[in-house]
Design a protein around this ligand. Structure first.
Ligand code: CP
Ligand code: NVA
Length: 304
């Protein structure tokens, strides 16, 4: 049987994604009631981080530990990857030693090369193109509040970045309406918009975009790797800050999400995360743990 990787959300079909999301909710209930689930005893996850992380690192490491396994953190500075050992060789070596590999990197092609040579599941922990693990947690969070995801209106405000591109993909897979409000120069790549299967629309007016939205979400204006563009991005994206008054324009029961880390005074107002309408952000972050535990079970055991 071919090894199942998770480089993009669409590596799993809608049915498999729902299975993972259902299992994530069950694992969350188990965790919160103090029940141990030791479904991955002795299993080892290698985690290659070429970029910084708090949530992804901690959720994967805590997650596999809670399931009875363990994780190894690898950074380019202290592995041979940083001295030029090819990804293809590293993939073949790690395949002999561990049960799955999670990689956070810049170029998505690096994940594709690695997975071509790996005999074990490879998980995208964020690339410049997409962040599928984030969307698992976001979908789990949205379903927890609204009971479903299709037919909701989701408004993305700001930069059309890697997380936004994964929202486009999710809109096509799950059938929700996604409206992206931002400057035309910062829209997601058309190849990702196409994955939205006609459910993605654009606006340059954040107020119009959030009208009636059930979910309003945003992310930093300069992603990791775009540090040299901070000034021009701040100027271009300034009209797209999510504020308390912008949320007033959305549906009465609007849910605000942010993948975090957040930059107060940029993509969100200084005080937005103190508003009760934004409290789901912390649940969203916590769901990274449960969603990825379900994903690890699915990829390593071939089931949930
Ligand atoms: N949202 C997210 O992936 O956070 P980290 O960069 O802290 O992992
Ligand atoms: N778009 C952000 C997401 C961080 C989790 C980045 O790539 O830096």
């Amino acid at each position: 049987m071919a090894t199942q990787h998770f480089l993009t959300l669409s590596d799993l079909d809608q049915q498999a994604l729902f299975q993972v999301l259902d299992r994530a909710s069950a694992l969350k209930v188990a965790q919160q009631s103090g029940q141990s689930v030791l479904s991955l005893p002795q299993r080892v996850l290698a985690m290659i981080f070429e970029k910084s992380s708090t949530r992804t690192r901690v959720s994967f490491e805590a997650g596999i530990h809670q399931l009875g396994g363990s994780a190894i953190f690898l950074s380019p500075t202290d592995t041979q990857l940083g001295r030029g050992e090819p990804l293809s060789d590293t993939a073949r070596v790690l395949s002999e030693m561990v049960d799955a590999v999670m990689i956070r990197t810049d170029l998505h092609e690096k994940l594709e090369i690695f997975s071509r040579y790996a005999k074990i599941p490879v998980i995208n922990g964020l690339s410049d193109s997409c962040h599928p693990c984030q969307l698992l947690a976001d979908l789990q969070t949205i379903i927890a509040k609204f009971g479903q995801i299709s037919d909701l209106k989701v408004a993305w405000i700001g930069d059309g970045n890697n997380v936004c591109q994964t929202y486009c993909e999710a809109a096509g897979l799950f059938g929700f309406d996604l409206i992206i409000a931002g400057p035309p120069a910062y829209q997601p790549d058309p190849s990702w918009v196409k994955l939205g299967k006609g459910r993605v629309q654009f606006s340059t007016d954040p107020i119009a975009a959030v009208k009636g939205a059930h979910v309003v979400t945003t992310d930093v204006w300069a992603s990791m790797g775009q540090e040299s563009e901070v000034r021009e991005r701040r100027a271009a994206l300034a009209p797209y800050q999510v504020t308390e008054s912008l949320l007033e324009q959305a549906a009465d029961d609007v849910m605000f999400l942010h993948c975090l880390p957040a930059h107060r005074g940029e993509e969100i107002s200084d005080t937005l995360l103190d508003d009760p309408r934004t409290e789901w952000v912390w649940i969203q972050a916590g769901n990274r743990l449960h969603a990825q535990k379900a994903l690890l079970e699915y990829l390593i055991l071939g089931q949930v």
